[in-house]
Design a protein. Structure first.
Length: 166
């Protein structure tokens, strides 16, 4: 099932910024292969809003918001973990690092020689950057699974034998 989508496959950075284009649309998680391979809710929606503009009349920029609920695997208990994400980003597209130094510090600098960018790539990158490196529940999920606390077995000190020899 394809969702209605008014987002183009390619973002024409300078043209869209010059015209101050605003785009919004939806994808399914399954539409983004890099997200789909880590999420178990592949049919859920991703809501996207992008606003393009020029900074200093020359640097194409995007203000964006991506909203989604994603189900990942908790790296502690290996059970499902629901995470609600509202990813806000403010990107400035520059040709080189020096050009990025002239901009305000509230921008994430994106160095590229290209005038176009694949929409899927941009959305996937921003989502992946916002997902925790090691997703885990906020509570001690291992304790809940076992119904009891895990007690580490104390190993005997290897030098205890030397004490007995004294």
């Amino acid at each position: 099932m394809k969702l209605s989508n008014s987002l183009p496959a390619q973002l024409k950075l300078f043209n869209f910024a010059k015209k101050e284009v605003s785009l919004s649309g939806q994808y399914q998680i399954s539409d983004l292969p890099r997200i789909s391979e880590i999420a178990s809710n592949k049919t859920d929606k991703i809501n996207i809003n992008l606003s393009f503009y020029l900074d200093n009349d020359k640097t194409p920029c995007i203000d964006g918001i991506i909203s989604l609920d994603i189900v990942l695997i908790c790296q502690r208990c290996l059970e499902e973990l629901n995470i609600s994400l509202k990813v806000r980003f403010n990107l400035a597209f520059v040709r080189n690092e020096k050009q990025g130094e002239e901009l305000d510090s509230n921008y994430e600098i994106y160095v590229t020689e290209e005038d176009e960018l694949a929409t899927h790539d941009l959305i996937s990158d921003e989502i992946l950057l916002s997902i925790p490196m090691v997703p885990t529940h906020d509570y001690d999920c291992i304790k809940d699974i076992n119904g009891q606390e895990i007690v580490e077995k104390k190993s005997e000190n290897p030098f205890a034998i030397l004490k007995k020899l004294k």
